[in-house]
Design a protein. Structure first.
Length: 684
């Protein structure tokens, strides 16, 4: 650990340096694991809102997963990182969530979690997000384990849950644990489950005989216990400030301080001594394990010891980088932390209804595109994912359909049927896709949604013409009916505003100086225009007043500005597999994206170095992009973009106060905002 200027109840503390016998290395697929984990957490319902997802992403669990198995294949690192996500979210629910407040609920959830760990890997019915996510992990992990290992894993997890239940009950009563009760944590913390999981993920199985018995533990059990206690004790030091705020008496530093009446520094130093003693014991146990396993299993023994050491050392390195265990939430003790989602899965009926509306919009969209002449129809069909380059049927992902979903959601929020906004939903989707076809040409982006962009697949002239054809369909979609004039006016104004934003974006690349205000103006126009158009069209088809249409248009522009900022973040630091296009091309083109503009206008060494680089005429080499991204982050560009995105999300939510929405309608719009891709973890 590093020294840190931290004060506990007015007393300055110095964190001890812990000399681990090795330094951890990072698997090169850490960022890929981060993207995979975010998608997995959303898909399983482990997190449901952007707020919860952002807390999970900020924990940077991939940095620990990639340290535990730096030489493993990508699937193993992904699996380990997903396990870490589940463990952390479960731990938070027990420490700061509804499980801590409701013992009956906790008992029910714990029982269901154990039921998921079936010896024959058979699926079971689940009723909570935690058990659903655990079932997915078990499905991916258990087949590589022997039946004996599965039984031991379940028994171990049962002990962990029993220990956690006792601690939660003691915390509810406000009682202080005894030293014996704290000692009982050995083999009963989530870190024991974690260590067992790491071995299982890599199919690293130690013989049962080496675990011994409860009365006489064997070398494998000693290895597990030392690993568990070192990680727990390091976390006790790192989480001291948080645990004091939450009055967590199970923290051993707090116990030593209270029991001995010593200073906080002396308590930390005492625990530091125990950690060093355990690390010395670890070496002796490793030798015993190797001897007991024999020459035939020497490689397994060595890998087990390295994995355990990576867990211990990696946990400290990761904690220093992320500060997860030093995070003190704003929630008061005795309440549920605001960032935690409900344990109840999302409303499946509502999800099915939304999907049904979008499927209806998709069918109508196909009908519009089918009206084009054959060559244009085939190119447009390729862009929408319905065809291959040679015209054969295909089913390729074609985006999240956020804009048509927003149009229909707004109509419903104003008391109308979502179907009434179908013409507007189709129109805004067509115009959005026209902008993508042309934008890929302007930016020379070769990929769109994991395959060649239209211009790269068919040629630039053909892409321009196909985009123009899709544009005409967008306006034709709203012709006819008493609301046509208002709808066409909304489309026309928004389209012109979008073109203005695209002109600004292109001009920025030729300008030496661009301010953050200039950037925000561009983002609201280029990206916010069509989100505003979608919201406005939904209001028009719900026959709202002109004032309501204008307010909802502004609401959409705020969403779009946040979306563009997130897009810029992903363009530099995102995962290509998640984003759907190459990462770093914006940097190579010296594009004035939000993080770049903020960094170039920032004072400090990072901004100075970045300005020197951007003043040079030579193109950036691909090998330099990671260093340039680091300078942008050092200069505050990434944090500015994230803060500003959150600011515009807040403005969007606040703007709904001025609209006469139905109660359920407002809730639906807020859910749309929190769960529809306005975070740095969204996919293509």
């Amino acid at each position: 650990m590093t020294q840190a200027d931290i004060r506990i109840l007015g007393e300055p503390l110095t964190w001890p340096d812990i000399a681990f016998p090795l330094t951890t290395t990072l698997h090169p697929g850490a960022e890929l694991a981060a993207g995979h984990c975010a998608d997995w957490a959303r898909r399983t319902g482990l997190v449901q809102t952007d707020t919860a997802l952002n807390v999970l992403v900020d924990s940077r669990l991939e940095l620990l997963g990639a340290r535990i198995y730096p030489g493993a294949d990508q699937d193993t690192v992904d699996l380990v990182t997903d396990w870490l996500a589940w463990i952390c979210v479960f731990d938070d629910h027990c420490d700061e969530g509804e499980l801590r407040q409701d013992s009956a609920l906790a008992r029910s959830v714990f029982d269901e979690l154990l039921s998921v760990l079936t010896e024959d890997c058979a699926p079971v019915r689940t009723t909570t997000t935690l058990s659903h996510a655990l079932a997915d992990l078990w499905r991916r992990t258990a087949p590589g384990m022997s039946p004996q290992w599965r039984r031991r894993f379940k028994d171990c997890t049962g002990r962990v849950l029993a220990t956690m239940e006792r601690e939660m009950a003691r915390h509810a009563l406000g009682s202080v644990p005894t030293e014996e009760e704290l000692a009982e944590r050995v083999g009963g913390t989530l870190n024991r489950t974690a260590t067992e999981a790491w071995f299982a993920c890599a199919q690293l199985e130690l013989p049962d005989r080496l675990f011994g018995t409860a009365a006489q533990p064997g070398p494998a059990e000693h290895l597990m216990r030392i690993t568990e206690e070192v990680v727990v004790w390091c976390n006790d030091i790192l989480s001291l400030e948080k645990d004091l705020a939450w009055r967590d008496q199970s923290n051993l530093v707090i116990f030593i301080h209270e029991a001995r009446g010593c200073s906080w520094q002396d308590a930390v130093d005492a625990l530091h001594g125990r950690i060093n003693d355990h690390l010395a014991e670890f070496g002796r146990v490793a030798d015993q394990l190797a001897e007991a396993m024999g020459a035939d299993l020497a490689d397994v023994a060595d890998r087990a010891c390295v994995t355990a050491m990576n867990h211990m050392c990696g946990s400290v390195d990761w904690s220093k980088q992320t500060g997860r265990y030093r995070r003190v939430q704003s929630s008061e003790p005795g309440t549920t932390a605001r960032y935690l989602d409900s344990l109840t899965p999302p409303d499946q009926d509502k999800t099915r209804a939304t999907n049904g509306h979008l499927q209806q919009a998709e069918r109508a969209l196909r009908g519009e595109v089918d009206r084009l002449p054959a060559p244009l129809r085939d190119i447009a069909g390729y862009h929408f994912g319905w065809m291959t380059t040679d015209g054969a049927p295909a089913s390729h992902p074609a985006g999240k359909k956020l804009r048509p979903a927003l149009a229909m959601c707004v109509a419903e929020a104003l008391g109308a049927s979502p179907d009434t906004a179908l013409p507007g939903a189709i129109a805004v989707d067509l115009i959005h896709n026209q902008s993508l076809i042309h934008d890929d040409i302007i930016d020379a982006d070769p990929l769109r949604r994991h395959r060649p962009a239209v211009w790269a697949a068919f040629g630039t002239p053909e892409a321009i013409l196909a985009g123009d054809a899709v544009l005409t369909l967008g306006f034709q979609a709203v012709l006819g009916g008493p609301l046509a004039a208002r709808a066409v006016g909304q489309l026309g104004d928004s389209f012109q505003y979008m073109l203005y934003g695209q002109m600004l974006d292109s001009a920025f690349e030729q300008r030496a100086e661009v301010s953050t205000n200039d950037y925000v103006t561009m983002a609201r126009a280029k990206t916010g225009s069509l989100f505003g158009c979608a919201a406005g069209l939904g209001a028009i088809y719900a026959q709202a007043t002109d004032d309501a249409v204008a307010t909802l248009d502004t609401f959409g522009q705020y969403l779009g500005a946040a979306f563009q900022l997130v897009d810029d973040i992903l363009g530099i630091w995102g995962d290509p597999q998640t984003v759907g296009k190459p990462v770093g091309t914006d940097l190579q083109r010296r594009k004035k994206s939000g993080p770049v503009v903020a960094a170039l206008t920032a004072a400090g060494p990072g901004g100075d170095q970045l300005r020197e680089l951007y003043a040079q005429d030579a193109p950036f080499a691909p090998a330099d992009l990671q260093d340039i991204a680091g300078l942008i982050e050092q200069a505050g560009g990434r944090s500015w973009a994230q803060r500003t995105a959150e600011h515009y999300m807040t403005l969007a939510t606040q703007s709904l106060d001025d609209i006469p929405l139905t109660p359920t309608g407002r809730k639906a719009l807020e859910q749309f905002i929190s769960g529809s891709g306005f975070s740095v973890t969204r996919s293509a």
